[in-house]
Write a protein that binds this ligand. Sequence first.
Ligand code: NDP
Ligand code: 3PG
Length: 486
Amino acid sequence: MIKKIDGHNMYYNYVGNNWLYTNDEKMEVFSPVDGSFLGYLQKMNTKDIDFAFAQARKASKVWEYLPASERAEYLYKTASILEERAEEIAKVMMYEIAKDYKSCLSEVTRTADYIRFSADTAKTISGEGIPGDLFPGYKQDKWSIVKRVPLGVVLAISPFNYPINLSASKIAPALVMGNTVVLKPATQGAMSALHLVKAFVDAGLPEGVLNTITGKGNEIGDYVTDHIEVDFINFTGSSRVGKDIAKKVAMKPLLMELGGKDAAIVLEDADLDLAASNIVAGAYSYSGQRCTAVKRILVIESVADKLVEKLVPLVQNLKVGNPEDNATITPLIDEKSANYVMELVDEALDRGAKPIVKGKQEGNLIYPYLLDNVDVNMRLAWEEPFGPVLPIIRVKDVDEAIEFANKSEYGLQSSVFSNNIDHAFYVAKRLEVGSVQINNKTERGPDHFPFIGVKSSGIGAQGIRYSIEAMSRLKATILNTKDEYK
Ligand SMILES: NC(=O)C1=CN([C@@H]2O[C@H](COP(=O)(O)OP(=O)(O)OC[C@H]3O[C@@H](n4cnc5c(N)ncnc54)[C@H](OP(=O)(O)O)[C@@H]3O)[C@@H](O)[C@H]2O)C=CC1
Ligand SMILES: O=C(O)[C@H](O)COP(=O)(O)O
């Protein structure tokens, strides 16, 4: 997987049954932690990409017909290998994406659990037999035997922020269902993703079943997504890129998890300590670079001051610094992203938002901001910063909270904090999002729950069983018999 070039690591792609050096074009990868040089990735060209898809197509004809229980065995082995290598992989991830070490480690072990659970779940996917005579005019001589079959070749495109988990959450359900996979990981995150792929390879996965493509999304993306051999696209990333792909590819089924602007709605009867601790954990972990991060607070005016009082010390106490020291606030993925976050902060401050915790920018590191009195005329009320910045929007009553929550173009998750279950359900029922958390921060998981984005936040449902179902289709074989004995 790794060869030395000029004394530096060069990551190869896995295609067919080999770690391949495909061509001389390469990309340099630097660490967002300290700018150090991490190594090279290959820039695959159209010929290399064609080869990867051809391998996946060829393998799908065999893999599809392997007994499901045998496919599951490869996943069990992969999960164990990942666990054995958890510390090594977590370190690679920490330097590659500047996520704190503890979270990197738990991402790897969570992924092993995810893969194992996918194998378990696949063994519960059964079919059904439907008797024909349920419909008027038919006799007992006709049966439809309905089962799930794979779609063929799945293109998995993953983002930088969960390079292992959001690659595996596409690969594992796809493979165990009998699809083959071509993975295009985020460029910043690809080294970690290739370590995941190596675990599958070392588990003995047959030739061509899992293949990888590296290269800049904005250069090879169109060619990859529109490739004739792609039967299904499973994408996680920004709404901008997701929408672009959806517009360009015609008649290809899609599963997309995109951006979010998750609101934490705090009602008058909320437990404010619980709300404050959940909101701060939800908003600032991994410096807010999570699609499910709490990205705005909508609080009823009558309890807003009290909530703010509880939030301020929690935000002030967040550890800022190095991922090796398990800081919560670590450098953002790059300086461009940090500059965008500051653009939103500065615009809100210029328009009168109150910085109750005032952060600062040092290159790609942003110290946390908590801004009060953000209003609907500020970009920060609507745009997704993907950084450690949390706006507080004060609302007069519950209906205004619901109205503002739903005005967002996004619809991933929301939280509602209330000690009155009827009030919480009143709000939950009216929110236009995939999931509502009652008295908890917004978050994905446990991973067998459905994870759904609506509006600009996605298409379809992820979650182990749901992903398996999404990457399969029903196939009916109709058995016609004669009710006679000759
Ligand atoms: N809802 C969810 O589950 C999640 C959503 N997200 C969202 O993702 C964003 C951050 O992740 P980020 O990685 O920056 O997202 P991007 O959309 O920039 O990139 C996601 C993936 O798409 C690739 N890509 C980029 N351009 C194209 C293209 N034209 N065609 C095909 N693929 C392309 C990228 O490759 P390359 O790196 O080479 O550019 C990367 O692999 C945030 O908006 C966040 O909310 C993130 C995680 C989970
Ligand atoms: O990409 C994301 O940000 C994740 O899907 C969120 O996952 P989490 O809620 O487990 O952090």
